[in-house]
Design a protein around this ligand. Structure first.
Ligand code: BGC
Length: 746
């Protein structure tokens, strides 16, 4: 239907902060008029969100969706795309009494048809601009298939690699989490939510879901208020400030109160403190689950608790539609609470333009435009993190290559755990890309499956390696089964017999380049010594092969840095760099290779170091960078002036490319404050810049620290800058560098 395909330059241009036109006067009058006409059942229908794929029929309490839409019993759908969107919309507009359009949503997480690296991979680019562009493309494609709403970004901070959903977020750091949350929102929503290529974003899962105990999905979370405010809430707040239209509640119980019925986080923080005016949607059946959590006696009780806590829309529980009527009749829920929720649904529909242009302009030609592939490739290249390199990378163009492993030609896996409408057929695999580059010269052997016991394929893999100068091993996790939702693991090693395969190949003495495809940090302690080079490549998306091939051969240098700590052993989890010190930290000189015998009465394990194998912020390049000393402008600052926003602390550093190749460094700013009323983390990221440097080139980098960076929740739960000794690092990772110091006085 659509003829005017937007110009790439237009769609990708950098956009200023989006506007969420929530309460435009004429719109509000329309909302009021509708509300006055609506019956209670029609109101509850607007609060009802169904998935297209779920069952209807007598057992479920649902009739055919067509009939329900005609009766005004449904307000929104997820998992309905393409021509079905207009088919159902026509029923809503022609057959329902009030002709309120439906809104259609989907989990458009890291691309719609053009699939980009998984969010954890995208975060490793440390490039909000690239994240924004990827979300813009996703929005354009989703919109061209009938959608106006995505359940993304997931902005849950995740400190535990066992949790499968760590792959869906931006990692462990709240500062980076904030930057990325805002970038996704800008990308999805564009300059204005009503724009022709915009979709409403959803910040999820509010809040604390990533802190699931033991890393087990859906598990309970216990988060003291200070930690909640300093670590888990900031990305949500940044997303709200960027204009996110909606927020989704989590599955978790937070300090004993289910997140989907949690007045404190929903009414007090989100609505009152932050002034959020958008829509709050539950997660999939998370309202019904309030009963299983144990704070509701039955479905009616669950519905009442959810709506009064501030959850406007019910995804899949079907309890608002079926049970709230009785709650209202019994006087347990006020009609004004329902009206408030309905208003938000109607405003959202208005904001995304549904009242003006309810039908979708479907445009299959909008998908996977050549320019989109370029962005997907660039994103993938920048997401790869070079963990180790003894000098075999980049590969020599004439080296004979054996490509081994189950992920070398698994097109489906490259789409990650939320492939939206991505197609394996759009993926260029590593095998295809290398075959293209090397002509006939590539030897391939699968070796084993991802989760296989039999070593039948080992001999062929070993033989392939023997005939070659170098072996590239493509190993890792099963994207669909082992990463994402309901995919928590107690082991973080390479699954199945992949480690044994790697050891068998290593026996040949042929140098190995290991590509680790995963949705989480893996425990690579056992395999690192056997390989000459190693890259964390996540799941790179449709341009996996070309991006990997270009990086392996040095057409570009791997640009990613870790946004999650890679452990030495699973027993260290949860593991994160911005931890508090203990009273008995391990003295640095006693760490690996240090003092013997190992000191006993310090905070450590008897069988493993306390540090990460590869820390947050870490990542090598094909060149090397060196840092000059850090300097702080003054030796003393005033906390009062910092709190008043009257001064900022200027910090300078210098970085030089001391290697032979051009490269990009992610220059990171960290702080530590001592002498404060409450202990502060041993390091906290407070800024970063990506700088491209030619060999020999030096760049001065400057940062500044103000109230936003220095304030924390004090002993009295005030958000303030306190007097403190301040250390500042400008370095290439969370464990590098020498700090400068300054004093924050009264
Ligand atoms: C997930 C959400 C997702 C929803 C709809 C749930 O199982 O937790 O992240 O948005 O399903 O697909």
């Amino acid at each position: 239907m659509a003829h005017h395909r937007p110009l790439l330059a237009f769609t990708l241009c950098l956009l200023t902060a989006p506007l969420f036109p929530a309460a435009a006067a004429t719109g509000e009058a329309r909302v009021d008029a509708l509300l006055r006409q609506m019956t209670l059942d029609e109101k509850l229908g607007q609060l009802t969100l169904y998935s297209g794929g779920t069952a209807t029929g007598p057992e479920t309490g649902r009739r055919a969706y067509e009939a329900m839409v005609a009766a005004g019993e449904v307000g929104a759908f997820l998992n309905v795309v393409g021509p079905d969107v207009n088919r159902l919309q026509k029923i809503a507009l022609e057959d329902s009494r009030l002709k309120i359009p439906l809104i259609f949503a989907l989990d458009v997480i890291h691309g719609y048809r053009t699939i980009f690296p998984t969010p954890l991979g995208l975060s490793a680019t440390w490039s909000p601009d690239l994240v924004e562009r990827s979300a813009r493309i996703a929005a354009l494609e989703a919109r061209a298939d009938g959608l106006r709403w995505t359940f993304a970004p997931m902005v849950d901070i995740a400190r535990d690699a066992r949790w499968g959903r760590i792959t869906e977020g931006a990692g462990e750091d709240p500062y980076l989490g904030r930057v990325m949350a805002a970038a996704y929102v800008r990308g999805f929503q564009g300059r204005a939510l009503g724009g022709p290529h915009s979709i409403a974003a959803t910040l999820k899962h509010y809040v604390g879901y990533g802190a699931a105990e033991g890393g087990r999905d859906y598990n309970t979370t216990q988060i003291p208020e200070r930690l909640l405010r300093e670590v888990y809430l900031p990305p949500f707040r940044a997303g709200v400030e960027a204009g996110a239209a909606t927020v989704m509640t989590g599955f978790n119980a937070l300090n004993g109160v289910p997140a989907s019925a949690n007045d404190f986080i929903l009414r007090r923080i989100l609505r009152q403190e932050w002034g959020f005016e958008g829509l709050v949607v539950s997660d999939w059946t998370s309202i019904a689950e309030i009963e299983a959590h144990g704070t509701a006696r039955d479905g009616g009780d669950a519905a009442r608790k959810a709506i009064t806590a501030g959850v406007d829309m019910d995804m899949e529980s079907d309890l608002y539609r079926t049970r709230l009527g009785a709650e209202i009749a019994a006087g347990r829920v006020a009609l004004s609470v329902i009206d408030e929720a309905v208003r938000r649904v109607l405003r959202l529909k208005m904001a995304v333009g549904l009242f003006d242009e309810p039908y979708a302009e479907l445009d299959p030609d909008a998908m996977v435009q050549p320019g989109f592939r370029e962005v997907a490739r660039e994103a993938a290249e920048r997401s790869f993190v070079l963990l180790k390199n003894d000098g075999v990378l980049p590969l020599k163009p004439d080296a004979k290559v054996a490509l081994i492993g189950p992920l070398a030609e698994d097109a489906g896996a490259m789409l990650g755990s939320w492939g939206a409408r991505g197609r394996p057929g759009d993926v260029v695999t590593l095998r295809a890309a290398l075959a293209h580059r090397l002509g006939g010269g590539l030897i391939y052997a699968r070796g084993t499956g991802i989760d296989t016991r039999s070593d039948d394929g080992f001999a062929e893999a070993v033989a392939a390696a023997r005939q070659s100068d170098i072996a590239i091993l493509a190993l890792g996790e099963d994207a669909g089964r082992m990463t994402g939702e309901a995919a928590s693991r107690t082991r973080l090693d390479l699954p199945g017999n992949q480690t044994a395969l790697l050891k068998a190949v290593a026996e040949t003495g042929v140098p190995i380049v290991l590509l680790v495809f995963s949705g989480r940090p893996l425990d690579l302690t056992d395999v690192a010594p056997d390989v000459e080079a190693m890259l964390a490549v996540w799941y790179p998306g449709i341009e996996a092969g070309p991006a990997l091939s270009r990086v392996l051969y040095g057409d570009s240098s791997p640009g990613g840095r870790l946004t999650v700590s890679f452990p030495r052993a699973v027993g260290q989890e949860p593991l994160y760099y911005n931890r508090l010190s203990t009273g008995r930290p391990v003295p640095p000189e006693d760490r690996s290779g240090g003092g013997e015998p190992l000191p006993k009465y310090v905070s450590r394990y008897i069988d493993e170091e306390d540090t990460a194998l590869y820390p947050f912020g870490y990542g090598l390049s094909y060149t090397r960078f060196s840092y000059g000393p850090v300097s702080v402008e003054h030796d003393r600052y005033s906390a009062r002036a910092l709190n008043a926003g009257k001064t900022r602390i200027r910090v300078r550093g210098e970085v030089t490319n001391v290697g032979e190749r051009p490269g990009e460094e992610v220059v990171q700013l960290y702080i530590r404050q001592r002498g404060t009323s409450v202990a502060r983390p041993v390091r906290e990221l407070k800024g970063f810049q990506r700088v491209a440097l030619r060999p020999g080139e030096t760049r001065e980098v400057e940062f500044s620290l103000g109230r936003d960076e220095l304030a924390f929740w004090t002993i009295d739960m005030e958000h303030l800058v306190e007097p403190a000794d301040l250390q500042v690092w400008i370095a290439g990772s969370s464990t590098d560098g020498q700090p400068a110091t300054t004093l924050i006085g009264d």
